[in-house]
Design a protein around this ligand. Sequence first.
Ligand SMILES: NC(=O)c1ccc[n+]([C@@H]2O[C@H](COP(=O)([O-])OP(=O)(O)OC[C@H]3O[C@@H](n4cnc5c(N)ncnc54)[C@H](OP(=O)(O)O)[C@@H]3O)[C@@H](O)[C@H]2O)c1
Length: 312
Amino acid sequence: MRGVGVLEFGGPEQLQIVDLPEVHAGAGEVRVRVHAATVNPTDTGLRTGSRAVSMAQIEPPYIPGMDAAGVIDEVGPGTVTSLAVGDLVMAMVIPGGSHGAYRESIVLAADSVVRAPEGVSHAEASTLPMNGLTARQSLDQLSLQPGKTLAVTGAAGCYGGYVVQLAKADGLRVIADASSADEQLVRDLGADVVVPRGNDIADQIRKVAPSGVDGLADGAVQAELAVGAVRDGGGFASVRGWDGTGERGIIFYRTMVRDYDHRSDLLDGLRQQAEAGAITLRVLATYRAEDVAQAHIRLEAGGTRGRCVILF
Ligand SMILES: NC(=O)c1ccc[n+]([C@@H]2O[C@H](COP(=O)([O-])OP(=O)(O)OC[C@H]3O[C@@H](n4cnc5c(N)ncnc54)[C@H](OP(=O)(O)O)[C@@H]3O)[C@@H](O)[C@H]2O)c1
């Protein structure tokens, strides 16, 4: 069975097709014939070895990939699940060694897998689990009541876009950043107010929310540059583990989507929101497994809108 991974950490050229042993679902598990896997910033980090320390005891190949969509082709003995062989599904994958989504076949805990949204392609379905759950987690951490104001940086990105849409569905007022080229995109996602992106983001947000926003989801990882937009005692959600400055009673949250592994209840909620049209699934381009390096190069160049997806 084919996968795409690295034997040695490094540049995109290190990505190669690898032959992996057949896997089978055990108790509490299902096996998914993967047809689509997204390429996310975390995958390039795995490829370059930024997490090499945590993988020191694990033999290569190291297979990246945190989103999979495909078809269930095996249900483990005694597994209690509403899913059946032949169902179109999607899942978040927590990579470890050769267990990443860039592979033709993967065994997952049944409670990490849900049906894919009706009527969408495998590629579209694969864009939802990891970033959708991350956006959901940031909003759950900030825990803002309807009518409160949320600011989103990196709103044109995958995480930021889902935050904007989920926040609107939660009844929040959303102030989002965008370049002039992305302004319409971010408006179409539902932002109430769009401000220019940049290093003066805190001032730009304060211009439209003079007392500061109740919460901020920092998809652009602007940290110190963005925190000034938050009101005294508000909340700040960091996707890169920034613990903040401790200033003005602001509560800093570390959004870590791994904490939402096995949350098929939440992922199924996202499925329903996608089916209802509240969430837009954005595919930028699809790639053959042989061409994954090109997808990594494209993501690392910046400016991608929508996700690059590998098809198996
Ligand atoms: N902790 C977790 O569990 C978790 C889970 C998912 C994602 N993440 C992290 O969340 C971040 C966003 O991920 P993503 O997939 O949404 O990435 P993405 O699709 O590339 O979106 C990032 C957005 O931020 C913009 N941006 C980057 N630097 C900026 C700056 N200095 N000023 C203004 N805008 C800037 C990007 O614009 P350009 O494309 O023009 O640069 C893009 O629109 C990444 O750091 C990712 O690793 C963390």
